[in-house]
Design a protein around this ligand. Structure first.
Ligand code: DAH
Length: 359
C-alpha cells in the first residue's frame, strides 16, 4: 500500500512534538479516530484484490498499533513532566512559623469571680448556686422582708409577667444573691460555710449601675460564731484580693436579714486623683454584712437556739473596678472588643493562691 511510510513519519513526529494533552488528542482523532486518516485507508481495502489486501491489511493494523502506543507513551511522559513541574513550583516550607491567631480574653468579672472563689475556698468556703428567676418568697419574705417593706421598691425589682389565671407564686429576677442562703440552709442545714457568686438584676442604669450585675454572698453558720469571725474573714479576704494588708471599718447599719448589721469600708487613700487601697486614712464602702437574723435561720429550717452565724454580700463588678482601675461599669457589658482586649485576662492567668493572690 502506498504512502504508509510518510503517514507514519508525520504522526510519530507530531506525537513526539506535542506539548500537551489536548494537542495529543487532536493528533489521535486525525490519525486513528473513526474518521481519521488510518480509517480512510482501511476503507480502501475493499477495493483491493485479495492478494493486495493480505499485505495492506496487516500493514495498516501495525501502523494503527504503532501510533496508539506512541500516543500512550507521550501521554505518560507529559503526565510525568507536569507532576515534576508541580512538585518544583508548589513546595511548602513546613518549618515556617504559624500565623498568630487572635485569642479571646477572660472577662474581668469571670477573673474576679475565680479570684474570690480561690480565696474563700482556702478558708473552707464552698460555692453554692441558686436560680436567677426567683420566687418573691425566697428573694424577700424568707429574708425577713415583708410585702410592705420599703426594700421591695428600693431595690427596683423586675417582676415576672404573669398571665391572667396563672396561680403560681409571683416571681422576680433576683435582686440580690441573699436568697441562695435560704436555699442552701433548706437543703444542707447547719453548720456551713458557703459563698454564692452570680448575676442579680435591678432596674437602674448609670456610670456605676447596670440592670444586671454580679454579687457574691457569704454565709457561715456554726455554734460559736461572732462578728469577730466576720471581721477576720473579711480582712483576710480583702488583703488576699488586693495583695496588701487591708484594714476594714464596720459601720452600724440596717438590713432586714441581719441583726446586728454593718456596712463595711476598706482602708484607702486618694493620691493625685488616684485611688490606693490598703493605705492612708480614707474609707470606701464595699459591702453589707451582719449576724444572720433568727427569722432568716427559721426560714431556712435552722434552729436558731443551736446555731448562729454571719452573712455578707458584695458587688463583684465593683471590687473588679477597684482592683483593676476600671472607671465605668456599663462598659463591662458592652462587648466592645477593644475594651475586652484591654481589660481582659490571658487564659493562662489562672487565679490561685500561689500565683499572686497572697494569703
Ligand atoms: N443583699 C444585700 C444587697 O443586695 C447585701 C447584703 C447585706 C447581703 C448584708 C448580706 C448581708 O448577706 O448580711 O444589698
Amino acid at each position: 500500500m502506498d504512502g504508509l511510510e510518510p503517514l507514519k513519519k508525520k504522526y510519530l513526529d507530531g506525537i513526539m512534538a506535542a506539548s500537551d494533552e489536548s494537542a495529543l488528542e487532536d493528533l489521535r482523532l486525525t490519525a486513528v479516530g473513526k474518521k481519521g486518516e488510518v480509517a480512510l485507508k482501511m476503507r480502501e481495502l475493499g477495493k483491493m484484490t485479495p492478494e493486495e489486501r493480505q499485505v495492506a491489511g496487516p500493514a495498516l493494523n501495525a501502523l494503527k498499533d504503532e501510533i496508539n502506543s506512541a500516543l500512550a507513551a507521550r501521554k505518560a511522559a507529559l503526565g510525568d513532566a507536569a507532576l515534576e513541574e508541580r512538585l518544583r513550583t508548589e513546595w511548602l516550607d513546613v518549618t515556617l512559623a504559624g500565623r498568630p491567631a487572635r485569642q479571646g480574653t477572660i472577662h474581668p468579672v469571670s477573673q474576679v469571680s475565680e479570684e474570690v472563689t480561690a480565696i474563700f475556698a482556702d478558708m473552707g468556703f464552698s460555692v453554692a448556686e441558686g436560680p436567677q428567676v426567683e420566687s418573691d418568697w425566697f428573694n424577700f419574705d424568707a429574708l425577713n422582708i415583708p410585702p410592705e417593706h420599703p426594700t421591695r421598691t428600693e431595690m427596683d425589682t423586675f417582676y415576672m409577667h404573669r398571665a391572667e389565671g396563672d396561680d403560681r407564686p409571683p416571681h422576680v429576677l433576683r435582686t440580690h444573691t441573699s436568697p441562695v442562703q435560704i436555699r442552701h440552709m433548706q437543703e444542707f442545714g447547719a453548720p456551713c460555710r458557703i459563698i454564692a457568686p452570680g448575676r442579680v438584676y435591678r432596674a437602674d442604669y448609670d456610670q456605676t449601675h447596670t440592670p444586671m450585675f454580679h454579687q457574691v454572698e457569704g454565709l457561715a453558720l456554726g455554734t460559736d460564731l461572732s462578728m469577730a469571725n466576720l471581721k477576720w474573714v473579711l480582712e483576710e479576704f480583702f488583703s488576699a484580693f488586693f495583695g496588701i494588708k487591708v484594714k476594714t471599718r464596720f459601720r452600724a447599719s440596717h438590713f432586714p436579714f441581719t441583726e446586728p448589721s454593718a456596712e463595711v469600708d476598706i482602708q484607702c487613700s486618694w493620691v493625685n486623683g488616684q485611688l490606693r487601697i490598703g493605705e492612708g486614712d480614707g474609707w470606701m464602702e464595699v459591702l453589707g454584712s451582719g449576724m444572720v437574723h433568727p427569722k432568716v435561720l427559721a426560714a431556712g429550717g435552722v434552729d436558731s437556739d443551736a446555731f448562729q452565724g454571719f452573712a455578707f454580700g458584695m458587688g463583684i463588678d465593683r471590687i473588679a473596678m477597684l482592683k483593676y482601675g476600671i472607671p465605668d461599669l456599663r462598659a463591662f457589658f458592652d462587648s466592645d472588643l477593644r475594651w475586652l482586649r484591654h481589660y481582659g485576662f490571658s487564659t493562662l492567668d489562672q487565679p490561685n493562691l500561689h500565683g499572686g493572690l497572697n494569703r
